[in-house]
Ligand binder design. Structure first.
Ligand code: NAD
Length: 364
């Protein structure tokens, strides 16, 4: 069987890490037809947008994509391609597993956490009012009128909206994932003591949904406490479910617990579409240097293989990556205790080593 998969190289380090993952995926023996789709700053001039319709069309057709990171300019320029893609395709669940592989550069052992991040709303909804605009002034007036609260007139606004329906579907997703993967506990993360109507709603819904899953333990944590507990004793957590912003921050924190962003894969999932991409960004300072770790995208490729029910190939690829990490020879700078270690190899050498392991396993 040939799988049609959309391949979005992205920008910055995206093209080199996606090329690495493509090579590793092909070396499993599974046959792919890659449908290339370009997004990001490099296509802005040609298409007048960093996210051409062709990208949406390709993913809607193939239902599965492998995506490299795309740079989002800070403050000005276009809005996030990543947010637009997730919202446009209603890829509402962001799944980010973080587990320790033997030999990874980390202080922790036996971490095996899956972060489930809500992907479509919260502070990422893109509803913002710039300081000094008529809309911002109207909002200030409305707040004064309805809340009798004076907001400074030189304020800008980013709206945090959390809905009952989207909270329900993401918490249900987390519990269904836990059940399907023999996980024991779901922890909901929030700041409901302060944001009573947004995080408060998320928590109330989470508690309600939890009652439908008596076989799975449920608990909740305030996000500040959660970060401390993750740093202190991460092994106590199993599946974590969080609104968009906390999910983003916590998944980077969890990546740090297991050895860094170079080891943190991810998937954006909707009801019938899936875009696999690493947690990390485009790291522009390393672009084109054959320097960064391709393992996060390769591990996203493992998730993609599982999604296609190519379980054997997924297990072989993960085992090959794990062996390369354990040996510690063909790994990039970020996998070394001393990041300046001259023994670190480049992106393409890591893939060569993983492919060698795959070839060995096919002969054994
Ligand atoms: P980043 O993830 O690009 O980099 C953070 C740190 O991790 C840097 O020190 C970087 O060198 C290191 N790093 C990242 N990936 C690595 C890898 N594979 N191997 C080794 N080291 C790695 O985050 P940032 O610097 O905050 O963001 C850069 C750009 O990426 C921004 O424009 C941001 O908006 C964008 N971004 C995109 C996505 C996405 O496309 N899904 C996700 C996050 C950030």
């Amino acid at each position: 069987m040939v799988y049609d998969v959309t391949l979005i190289p992205g920008d910055g380090i995206g093209p080199e890490v996606t090329e690495a993952a493509k090579r590793a995926l092909e070396a499993t023996g599974v046959i792919f037809h890659w449908d290339l789709a370009y997004a990001g700053a490099s296509v802005q001039d040609k298409f007048g947008t960093p996210l051409p319709d062709l990208v949406f069309e390709s993913i809607r057709k193939n239902k599965v994509a492998l995506k490299g990171p795309v740079t989002t300019p800070v403050g000005s320029g276009f809005r996030s391609v990543n947010v637009a893609l997730r919202k446009g395709l209603d890829l509402y669940a962001c799944l980010r597993p973080c587990k320790t592989y033997s030999g990874a550069p980390t202080l922790y052992k036996d971490v095996d956490i899956v972060v489930v991040r809500e992907n479509t709303e919260d502070l990422y909804s893109g509803i913002e009012f710039e300081e000094g605009t008529p809309e911002a002034r109207r909002l200030i007036e409305l707040i004064l009128e309805t809340k009798e609260e004076a907001v400074r007139t030189d304020s800008g606004f980013s709206i945090k909206s959390i809905s009952e329906a989207n909270s329900r579907r993401i918490v249900k997703f987390a519990f269904e994932y836990a059940r399907a993967h023999q996980r024991k506990k779901v922890t909901a993360v929030h700041k409901a003591n302060i944001m009573k109507f947004s995080d408060g709603l998320f928590l109330a819904v989470a508690r309600e949904v939890a009652r439908e899953y008596p076989d799975i333990e449920f608990e909740d944590r305030l996000v500040d406490n959660m970060t401390m507990q993750l740093a202190k004793r991460p092994q106590q957590f199993d599946v974590i479910v969080a609104p968009n912003l906390y999910g983003d921050i916590i998944s980077d924190l969890c990546a740090g617990l297991v050895g860094g962003l170079g080891l943190a894969p991810g998937a954006n999932l909707g009801d019938n579409m899936a875009v696999f991409e690493p947690t990390h960004g485009s790291a522009p300072k390393y672009a084109g240097q054959n320097k960064v770790n391709p393992m996060a995208v390769m591990l996203s490729g493992v998730m993609l293989l599982h999604h296609l029910n190519e379980t054997k190939a997924a297990d072989r690829l993960e085992k090959a990556i794990a062996e390369v990490i354990a040996e510690g020879k063909s790994v990039t700078y970020d996998m070394k205790l001393n990041m300046a270690d001259a023994q670190a190899v480049g992106t393409s050498q890591v893939v060569d080593a993983v492919i060698e392991k795959l070839e060995e396993s096919s002969h054994s």
